[in-house]
Design a protein around this ligand. Structure first.
Ligand code: 13P
Ligand code: SF4
Length: 333
């Protein structure tokens, strides 16, 4: 049998499985290769703390898209999930965009297959499509405006009152925006497996244990969880809240990776992750896709410059319009 080339192997399994040097400090090697190759590492708050510490920029989905659009690096290494790498490629088609593991998907993006969504959209010809950035390039190409958790409310508010809207793919974020803005929207029924898994029972017990703690949550959580929150916001907004507020204790209803930055920013405050139903190793909410990013895979992705994100050009140009509309609208918000 002819052995597979590295590229063929990566296409099959989604990442470079070669062993990494045992005698070298991988973090140091990653920093060195980054300089040598003029690469930039962008990381979402949900990836492992050790990876966040190696990143040039750590942020929420909006901030990461803005960075991907503005960078003058030759290579963008995206430590996040697949749709984030795709968004970087949509915005910067001339850059090489690589991610540590192509298998790092997202339940929201997976909930909206392009063919089913196109048929759904066809039922509402007089509606515009607002899609949460957590969707595939194909869904972005079928959308009019992309939104993130930090600008969805303001973008919806900026639209004419009689504008009919489809909101996809996160029904929880859609319901939250609809309630806040008073706008009736047609919702696609997708959800984030991590945020819908916060345990009400365990949260109750935690609030009894920490009666002075503020409970803050990401809008991907379910309505009954959001209705108990003292503050709802994107990951960047949640981080800003714990820094700015005078309180000393916070229960945080989102993926636990954000605690790394929160603890660095306010080491004197008590930051408690909201508990999940699932018994994860940390007894908190962890995104299994974000956690596919490891230091070893990051080393290999930079070393071999694989796997690379590719978006068909006809899809990319349409998706570019809806993402750029968001970036333009976000400037004035
Ligand atoms: P933000 O980055 O907009 O806070 O969204 C969180 C998320 O779930 C990303 O996958
Ligand atoms: Fe997707 Fe949820 Fe993971 Fe974010 S936390 S990448 S929305 S599955």
């Amino acid at each position: 049998m002819i052995p597979l080339t590295l590229e063929q192997e990566v296409n099959q399994i989604g990442y470079v499985s070669r062993s990494v040097p045992k005698d070298k400090d991988l973090a140091e090697e990653i920093r060195r290769m980054k300089q040598e190759k003029n690469a930039v590492i962008l990381a979402h708050y949900y990836v492992d703390g050790a990876i966040q510490d190696l990143a040039d920029y750590i942020g929420d989905s909006l901030g990461l898209s803005q960075q991907a659009a503005a960078t003058d690096a030759d290579i963008i290494v995206f430590c996040g999930v697949h749709f984030m790498g795709e968004t970087a490629k949509i915005l910067s088609p001339d850059k090489k965009v690589i991610i540590p593991d192509l298998n790092a998907g997202c339940s929201l993006a997976d909930s909206a297959p392009a063919d089913k969504f196109a048929a759904f959209k066809a039922q509402y010809p007089d509606h515009i499509v607002l899609s949460y950035i957590n969707c595939s390039a194909e869904i972005k190409a079928l959308s009019d405006i992309i939104v993130t958790s930090s600008n969805a409310l303001k973008i919806v508010e900026s639209l004419p009152k009689d504008q009919k809207i489809i909101f996809a793919p996160d029904a929880n974020l859609g319901r939250f925006v609809s309630k806040k803005t008073g706008r009736d929207m047609v919702l696609w029924d997708g959800a984030c497996i991590v945020h819908i898994d916060i345990s009400q029972e365990k949260l109750n017990a935690l609030r009894v244990k920490y009666p002075n703690a503020k409970f803050i949550a990401h809008p991907e959580c379910q309505e009954h969880i959001l209705s108990q929150a003292d503050f709802v916001g994107s990951t960047t907004a949640l981080l800003k809240y714990v820094v700015d507020q005078p309180e000393m204790e916070f229960i945080v209803g989102t993926e636990a990776g954000i605690l790394h930055k929160m603890k660095q920013a306010v080491p004197h405050k008590k930051i408690i992750p909201a508990p999940a139903n699932e018994n994860n190793t940390c007894a908190c909410s962890e995104c299994p896709y974000m956690k596919m990013n490891t230091i070893e895979k990051l080393y290999n992705t930079l070393y071999y410059e694989l796997p690379e994100i590719r978006v068909p050009e006809d899809v990319r140009v349409k998706a570019y319009d809806s993402v750029m509309r968001m970036l333009e609208m976000s400037k004035n918000l």
